[in-house]
Design a protein around this ligand. Sequence first.
Ligand SMILES: C[S@@+](CC[C@H](N)C(=O)[O-])C[C@H]1O[C@@H](n2cnc3c(N)ncnc32)[C@H](O)[C@@H]1O
Length: 278
Amino acid sequence: MNSMERPDLTAVPETALWTLYQRSVEARRPDTVLHDPKAVELVDRIDYPFAERFGTSGVQAQLQALRAACFDREVADFLAREPRGTVVCLGEGLETQYWRVDNGRARWIGVDLPESVALREQLLPPGPRRRSVAADVTDLGWAEEVDRSRAVLITAQGLLMYLRPAQVRALIAGCAERFPGGSLVLDAVPRWFGRLTLSGRVRTRGYEAPPMPWAMDAGERAKLRSAGPAVAAVRDVRPTGGRGLVGALLPIALAVPPLADRRPSVTVVDFADRPAQP
Ligand SMILES: C[S@@+](CC[C@H](N)C(=O)[O-])C[C@H]1O[C@@H](n2cnc3c(N)ncnc32)[C@H](O)[C@@H]1O
């Protein structure tokens, strides 16, 4: 296992190191809610002061892992229906989902900014069914890289909050038009949290979370349907199986207003099938 030079990621691309670190902290526990040995391996290989910069919180790590587990469940369900489908991971960063849920037959395409893809390819060289595209997701050119004869599931985990609201709407509408019958799994921070990031009030030790201009309360999810006529349905994906205090409080946070409507959320957006040609 080779170690590597300290990565030179800043601002939003650096957040991929944050999510990777959270998954690794959780995965090191014997009673983990997310088995992710690849995340542990990467953190051990990367020369970066993870703990000093980000601090270590077991609750934060577990919550991040539960979010990743929501995405894993959706991807696993998709691959059970479409074993030869394509999973497109927008803002893939150093996500290690391929090693958690790949079925040996699917195709995987990650899209991220050039500096993030360079780091990913250094650590995780592409494989026969897995590759990266260096692109800004808001420029839908990446969609040309996806074989549309196969079923497609798009994920945007920990990504959309860094975009502007108009970019998020355009991205959802653009995906819906280009991938009829496909779906997009996305997560959102609630509005109160987005506001805290805009005023620089989300900090741990030496790290300040970048501004999150797009936020959506869980109770507003239905509004995603208005992103465009090709959006057919939206549905909530709820975390399950939390441990300890998180496990005890999650059912309450999911059920009791006002928190239930103002919590971080994971949502599936289903795209309409292409209408039959007359
Ligand atoms: C919080 S990280 C999430 C990484 C990964 N999805 C995960 O959950 O571990 C956000 C990622 O989105 C990428 N990103 C942000 N804005 C982007 C854009 N406009 N186009 C492509 N990637 C972007 C960043 O480079 C970073 O890798």
